[in-house]
Write a protein that binds this ligand. Structure first.
Ligand code: ADP
Length: 397
């Protein structure tokens, strides 16, 4: 069976076609600038050259149609017809408190996703557009929604409630939800597999460090805490997002700089993080290069990022009364060799030490702590698309 995985943004659409038997990626691609001038589809069939198709995409339905055309094309296609797509798995960012697992999409599910729009105004409406466009082009193909928030729904009240008037939770569902759940779920399961154990016997901390970053505590298979909150702004210092700050800063800066709350929100989401702090870039490679050339602000930015990661690991070790595995994943976690070394320098108290030779890898699945370490350190490439395909298959089978 082939599963089409769709990750739809407001002006973009990423896709992968995965053979669920071999779990091979048959093709993947990206539609950019949907609804804007200069739309382009980049399609990469496995084992063949990438093709760029520059053609107008006034809306997502046209984009989906083009994706299907690319997948079934005589030259760069990988299947003969639409009939070879058995199901579609959609990444949906916010499932609120309604969804603790993935679900087959029907009208009631669509309505429930729409009811979460308020909680993720930039993402959920775009996810819904993607689902509707796929339904239009593939009316008879079953579709599944896989939520970024679902894995974290096992968090206890003491972890998800803010110290705010309870009525905000009662009226508006203001609480911590967490994101990157598909990745935290996949990586924690992989970590247990790599140790030859089941996740139900372990205390695992997953450090998903990408452009957006979050850390989760997975206690005996269940997420008990995670660093992102009501929105993906809370927690770590990220590429362009501030992470945790004193909330009083918002009013202080709004007054000093004459910003509206919406403008302040934009600063916190798009102009802060390692970009704002370093004044160099949101890309960790650029910041590292600058730091190596003697840029002090770049150095302190990296130090602040590593320190925040180490503090969350400490907090989650306390939350679980111990930890067996600390796993690094996503762009920075998988590829930044020196970053992992710097973060792990804080873990001496845990009786674990990184093995610099084993750690000398990018994007590979491996134990990177020294033999005999009390806590196992790991590098595990995440694969959210495969996780979505697996969950889709399980529901439509
Ligand atoms: P997202 O999916 O959140 O957009 P990714 O997981 O792709 O982000 O991570 C992107 C980040 O990974 C970038 O900041 C980039 O600098 C970092 N990254 C990728 N490769 C390397 C590398 N070799 N060394 C350091 N950082 C890297």
């Amino acid at each position: 069976m082939n599963i089409l995985v769709i990750n739809c943004g407001s002006s973009s659409l990423k896709y992968q076609l995965i053979d669920s038997t071999s779990e091979a990626v048959l093709a993947k691609g990206l539609c950019e600038r949907i609804g804007i001038d200069g739309s382009v589809l980049t399609h990469t069939p496995a084992g063949k050259d990438k093709v760029k198709i520059e053609t107008p995409m006034p809306n997502h339905t046209v984009a989906v149609k083009l994706v299907i055309d690319a997948l079934t094309d005589a030259n760069h296609g990988v299947i003969k017809s639409l009939d070879e797509i058995s199901a579609v798995g959609h990444r949906v960012v916010h499932g609120g408190e309604k969804f603790a697992t993935s679900v087959v999409i029907d009208d009631a599910v669509m309505k429930a996703i729409e009811e979460c729009n308020d909680l993720a105004p930039l993402h959920n409406p775009a996810n819904l557009i993607g689902i509707n466009s796929c339904k239009e082009i593939m009316p008879n193909v079953p579709m599944v929604a896989v939520f970024d928030t679902a894995f974290h729904q096992t968090m206890p009240e003491k972890a998800y409630l803010y110290g705010l008037p309870y009525e905000y939770y009662e009226k508006y569902k203001v609480r911590r939800y967490g994101f990157h759940g598909t990745s935290h779920d996949y990586v924690s399961a992989k970590a247990a597999e790599l140790l030859g154990k089941t996740r139900e016997d372990l205390k695992i901390i997953v450090c998903h460090l990408g452009n957006g970053g979050s850390i989760s505590a997975v206690d005996h298979g269940k997420c008990v805490d995670t660093s992102m909150g009501l929105t993906p702004l809370e927690g770590l210092i990220m590429g362009t997002r501030s992470g945790d700050i004193d909330p009083a800063i918002c009013d202080f800066i709004c007054q000093k700089e004459g910003l509206t709350p919406a403008e302040m929100n934009n600063v916190l989401n798009k102009k802060s993080g390692v970009l704002g702090l370093s004044k160099v870039s949101s890309d960790f490679r650029d910041i590292e290069a600058a730091a190596n050339e003697g840029n002090k602000l770049a150095r302190v930015t990296l130090d602040a990022f590593y320190y925040r990661v180490a503090k969350y690991v400490g907090a989650y070790t306390a939350a679980m009364n111990g930890v067996d595995v600390i796993a690094f994943t996503a762009g920075v976690g998988e590829n930044n060799i020196s970053g992992r070394v710097e973060i792990c320098k804080y873990f001496g108290y845990l009786g674990t030490e990184i093995d610099e030779e084993k750690n000398n890898i990018r994007g590979e699945e491996r134990i990177i702590s020294k033999d005999g370490s009390k806590v196992t350190l790991m590098c595990i490439p995440t694969n959210e698309e495969l996780a979505i395909a697996r969950q889709t298959l399980a529901l439509v089978k």
